[in-house]
Every structure is written in structure tokens, then in C-alpha cells.
Write a protein that binds this ligand. Structure first.
Ligand SMILES: C[S@@+](CC[C@H](N)C(=O)[O-])C[C@H]1O[C@@H](n2cnc3c(N)ncnc32)[C@H](O)[C@@H]1O
Length: 340
């Protein structure tokens, strides 16, 4: 069944965009102020269509629709009747995707929400199962570059770091956690070996409310660039993951995906750092395995039933040409499994 046959209508204004191959030029506001042109270049786009095994008339769930680049490719490859349900936690991404994909009419529906809740969001959209689920993790270039998110130390602005506009900000976390909690977050989610020194410097410099101040405090605590990277890179990553509960939602999204997929349907996940990729790999290994008992048990006692099989055992990485044309794709890792 397609979105079209389910008579789902595009819940937004049709003003720009085209499904005929002409790419609209979009601009939209950042959170607080200013404008940023849409410019996220999706990673591994051909490989995503290939490993999702996109084919005409099928229905896909894009759990991280962002600016709609992957969804657009899926809609093109699943035409003329295939459909996409796109989900994003960031209302500004939802706006951008709706505007970009509006020319596909009732073949696409974009909703604001968390992919951890994909089953409920799909149910509300009248979709019982899909032929593929895509999770393209983390943030988009637009979110890094646009004003108002506070994801980047390249510009000085309020320390927000939320995808959504609800919940605690990075400044709340930074200014109200004790030193030990902060060190744990920075170590666990940033894999920063000198997390204690960073936490100590942050606590001594509080209150810290801006990205510029935080990056200066971390740089002072750690010294100059490390391996070509800004010293605050790991701390910024840690705060973003903590503020948005990213790993918890990833686990919940992975757990929900098999329940959404029809037999033979694919789950494709693109991750951008080792914490995400390790979690995805461990989840896929476990879900594709008959027995998950501890190795010291002489006989199986788990009764675990695999829900997926590997569509491809090895990780897919971007080609040299892609990383040359889109340097931000260089850390992308795609993994794919298929519903049994
Ligand atoms: C790498 S971008 C996706 C880009 C998209 N594939 C494209 O082609 O434009 C990741 C997106 O996932 C969203 N996101 C992050 N965590 C999410 C979650 N738990 N649920 C839904 N969306 C999430 C972010 O707001 C961001 O828009």
C-alpha cells in the first residue's frame, strides 16, 4: 500500500518544489535570527537507495528527514506511486523538508516527532508497515551552520544545542551539573580522555552561556588543536548527545524498526561517530543472532529469535570522490539489515 492509496494529503502549503527533477532554491530562518540557505548535502545517497533496495510503489519511513535529500532520492526511485513518511525532531527541518518535497504531493508526509516513536507516528499516519526504514543520524550541515542552534564553536551564540525547542539546553546542563557528572558526560559521549580537566575548568568558569565562552574555556584547559581538530570538538559532541538523549533514542529507534518493517524490508542506518556506529553494529549483531547467551553458558537458555539478517556484513563508506566533493561525508558509515 502506498501513501497515495491511503489518501494521505500533504499537510502543508504548496509553494515551491518540483518532483520533476528541478531543485527548488530554499531559504529559511534560523532559530533565533538570520537566514541560512538550505545546503545540506546528504551522505551516501546512491548507496542509501541501493541498500534500502528502493523500488517502485513501496513505502519508506525516513526517521531523520532533515532537509529531505535522502527522501527526495527515495521518492524518485520509488515513483510513480511509492511513498515516504518523513519524521524529524527539529521543527525547522520539518519545514525545510516539506518545502523541498511539496512537489511530490500525497506521496510524501512529513511529521514532527522523534524516530524513537516511529511506530506511534506511523500509526497516526495510517501506516501499519513499511518496506524500508532509514536513520541518517546526528545533525545536518544546515543545523551546524545556521544561527540559533549553538552546535558550533565557529560562531558565538547562546549554548542551546537542542534539535527540538523543548527541554533543557546545553547551558542548563553545563551550569547545573556537578563536576563529576560533567566529567562523566564529556568522557562517555565525547570520548575525551582529559574530561576531568575540562569539567574542572568549566566549573571554575561558570556561568557559561555561550558557545564562544565554552570553546575558549575548553581550549585553555586542553591547549592547542589536537590532530587538526579544535580542542572543544569532543566536548561539544558530548553536550549535544547528552542534551538530546541521542543514544537512548537511537536504541529505541532501532528496537522499534523491526516492528515497522514488512518481511524483506530493509533498515539502513548511517552514523557519523564511533559511539553511534558501535551501538548500531552491536544492535544488528544481536538482532541477527539466534543465541545471545553469555559465551560461558554451555547450552542456550535465551530463546532469542533473530528479527533481521544482514543485507551486507561490512560497513559501506563514502567513495574518495564523495569525500572530496562533500568533506562532511568522510565519517559516514552505512549499515544495512533486512527483516526476516
Ligand atoms: C544528518 S541529518 C539528516 C539529513 C537528511 N537525511 C537529508 O537528506 O537532508 C539528521 C536529522 O535528524 C534529526 N534528528 C536527530 N535526532 C532525531 C530523533 N531522535 N528523531 C527524529 N529526528 C532526529 C535532526 O534534527 C536532523 O534534521
Amino acid at each position: 500500500m502506498t501513501l497515495a492509496t491511503m489518501n494521505i494529503t500533504a499537510p502543508f502549503d504548496v509553494s515551491v518544489g518540483s518532483a520533476s527533477g528541478v531543485r527548488p532554491t530554499l531559504t529559511f530562518s534560523g532559530r533565533a535570527h538570520g537566514h541560512a540557505s538550505v545546503h545540506h548535502t546528504p551522505a551516501l545517497i546512491t548507496e542509501t537507495v541501493e541498500w534500502l533496495s528502493v523500488s517502485p510503489g513501496k513505502v519508506y519511513l525516513d526517521g531523520t528527514v532533515g532537509e529531505g535529500g535522502h527522501s527526495e532520492a527515495i521518492l524518485d526511485a520509488s515513483g510513480p506511486t511509492g511513498g515516504v513518511l518523513g519524521i524529524d525532531r527539529d521543527p525547522r527541518s520539518v519545514d525545510a523538508a516539506r518545502r523541498r518535497l511539496t512537489g511530490y504531493g500525497d506521496r510524501v508526509r512529513i511529521v514532527h516527532g522523534n524516530y524513537a516513536d516511529m511506530s506511534e507516528l506511523a500509526r497516526q499516519a495510517g501506516i501499519a508497515s513499511v518496506d524500508g526504514v532509514l536513520l541518517d543520524l546526528g545533525f545536518s550541515s544546515r543545523q551546524v551552520d545556521a544561527a540559533g542552534y549553538g552546535f558550533s564553536f565557529q560562531r558565538d551564540e547562546p549554548l542551546d544545542m537542542r534539535y527540538d525547542t523543548v527541554g533543557l539546553t546545553a547551558a542548563d546542563l553545563l551550569n547545573h551539573s556537578d563536576e563529576r557528572e560533567l566529567a562523566d558526560v564529556i568522557f562517555r559521549y565525547g570520548e575525551e580522555r582529559r574530561s576531568r580537566a575540562v569539567a574542572r575548568a568549566i566549573v571554575a568558569a561558570r556561568p557559561i552561556n555561550s558557545t564562544g565562552r565554552l570553546s575558549a574555556v575548553v581550549a585553555r584547559a586542553l591547549g592547542g588543536r589536537r590532530g587538526g581538530r579544535h580542542p572543544a570538538t569532543r566536548t561539544f559532541q558530548a553536550l549535544r548527545i547528552a542534551v538530546n538523549d541521542e543514544l537512548m533514542h537511537l536504541q529505541a529507534g532501532l528496537d522499534a524498526a523491526p516492528g515497522m518493517l514488512s518481511a524483506g524490508g530493509r533498515l539502513v542506518v548511517i552514523s557519523y561517530h564511533s559511539l553511534e556506529d558501535r551501538l548500531v553494529k552491536a544492535w544488528m549483531d544481536r538482532e541477527a543472532t539466534q543465541c545471545v547467551c553469555p559465551p560461558e553458558l554451555p547450552v542456550c537458555a535465551c530463546d532469542h529469535e533473530p528479527t533481521v539478517r544482514f543485507a551486507r556484513r561490512r560497513v559501506v563508506r563514502p567513495s574518495a570522490t564523495e569525500t572530496q566533493n562533500n568533506p562532511r561525508s568522510r565519517s559516514a558509515r552505512l549499515r544495512a539489515v533486512e527483516r526476516i
